[in-house]
Design a protein around this ligand. Sequence first.
Ligand code: URP
Ligand code: ZN
Ligand code: ZN
Length: 473
Amino acid sequence: MAAYDLILRNGTVATAADTMQCDVGIANGRITALAAHIEGTATTEIDATGKLVLPGGVDAHCHLDQPMPDGLRMADDFESGTRSAACGGTTTVIPFAAQQKGQSLMAAVEDYHTRAAGKALIDYAFHLIVSDPNETVLREELPELIRQGYTSFKIYMTYDDLKLNDREVLEVLALTRREGALTMIHAENSDCIAWLTEQLERAGHTAPRYHAQSRPPVVEREATHRAISMAELVDVPVLIVHVSGAEAIEQIRWARGRGLRVLAETCPQYLYLTEDDLGGAGYEGAKCVCSPPPRDAANQEVVWNALAEGLFTVFSSDHAPFRYDDPAGKKPGGKAVPFRHIPNGIPGIETRLPLLFSGGVNGGRISLNRFVALTATDPARCYGLYPRKGTIAIGADADIAIWDAQREVRISNAMLHHNVDYTPYEGITVRGWPVITISRGVVVARDGEPAPRKGHGQFLRCGTPEPVAAAGR
Ligand code: URP
Ligand code: ZN
Ligand code: ZN
């Protein structure tokens, strides 16, 4: 009998810490050997000569089949979303079980499991979205769910159907401090956005491009500062999600300077898109409507620099898939609508890693090891999945992406595997592409095509997030 199910031979293996030439031996879905040359036989061998062998990506912020209001529908479910993720080199996703106001959080989690069951190609955990932190949720449901392995949750300071007031934010932060969980915060000032939106509408400015003007950097800066201040008050680590540019980054630097444990995430849209992509007078700009909105070239540069210097812990897609030409998507009811009614979010689960690899590693801005840290190791640490996920080490799950670092690919929607009818990155040429994706020792994508592995993905219970454990409370 063969000693290994799979051996990857002669590749260049990189982790967040090291780069080395070695073989990788895999048995029963786990990495069981790392050596310059592995003796012994395997059922299958893959020759990785000239290729990079990296931990599979952990996409720690994506929205799949999330229940939507008012006839809207997310374009990707757990099958199409994880298929697309796998083809882009990702082996773990963490989407959101979202509580509707008035709904039991337990019921939201149960419903989300039903949506995921038997569909995913790759492994998945859940964050929670807490939109109604009432007594039952705070006293009973959240503590119990944290014990069951749902140890991170997102809260919103904007969006009428999701936002919490400051008092509620404090209650949630106090709970995470007590129970050992991590809060992710969507930081934008809701009242400022509502006021600006009204002013713009009164002036007849309702085209998609005014979405960016309704949520300028100051709106994000103020909320980021407020979120940090509330976390300081409660004395608990927090993570600011989808940071878009210089002003929010300044607040995070300020917090770190005070010794506060404030973590941060950014996404490809803040490196590759600008507010110009929200369009001219026409409606096409709806394709790039997301929040916070993309900024300008100077802000992109600040985000790149912050990635290089280590300000960000997590690089996620914030894949929030809505079809463009669809009454359940960017054209609610089948028509162009004022920007306030355009569903927020853009697709990007498959292009996340190639975009960062191309501009970052091949662009000379970040090292290969930093790329691995941002896209796999640190998200796994941050959300209690490490060392099972996010690294190449003995005993870790054999979740691996084999990369051709020089392959040039012109991104087009036709080659992607999501269920969205566009990509915001159409026509961009990247260098570096994942050619084989392996989940627990099983090839789930090869040469840009998924293997028929629906249902291979398993649900993951998360441990205590490392930033929370490190805080020692
Ligand atoms: O515009 C965005 N980012 N939509 C997705 C939901 C969220 O706020 O992350
Ligand atoms: Zn958000
Ligand atoms: Zn999001």
